[in-house]
Design a protein around this ligand. Sequence first.
Ligand code: AMP
Length: 210
Amino acid sequence: MMKLVFLGAPGAGKGTQAGGVAEALKIPHISTGDMFRAALGNETPVGLKAKAYMDKGELVPDSVTIEMVDERLKQADCENGYLLDGFPRTIAQAEALDQIMAPDCVVNLDVPEEILMGRLTGRRVCGSCKGTFAISRLSDPTTCPTCGGELIHRKDDQPETIKERLQVYHQDTEPLIGYYQNQNKLLNVPSVGDPQDVNNAILTALEGKA
Ligand code: AMP
């Protein structure tokens, strides 16, 4: 049983790392960004509410986001815990999560600011398996090397929107580092270099915490 939160700026590697770590710990990987993108694709009421905020790189209002996560955490697969990726992103969301099902551990993926911009502009996402790839490492920038699906340049990975998302991160999300430090739940993991090494560092940091 492990209730885990991944914290970090856009481009810190949350999505890249969360899949493998969730699999290793046998807990569901819950990405609010992926949930919003799926809702948008299906044109659900939540998706329609979220669209304008996502397009601008702003946060979807807390009320909408918290309700969506609350419903998700009530599903049977969360009985063994969860790995939340991209939630909470505000103090109000963290306080709500403490009421719903408080995390045991919070991994902060730490990346120097100057690296983030390059990672985000060069990022491509698979439309099928949702894998994330750096364009610099791809021989064919349009095809997913894992599943053969089509690679997409996310609309909110354009330079202007990225700037807004980084600003929102500093203003609304970075204070969560102190919030969880005060609760003695924070594990700081540098997220630079080989993704597999970062994955190992996360699992080592989590050893004995479950
Ligand atoms: P991500 O894939 O995590 O970068 O999320 C993409 C977009 O979805 C964000 O820029 C927000 O507009 C929205 N979003 C995802 N998670 C949250 C959250 N916890 N609170 C508010 N908005 C969110």
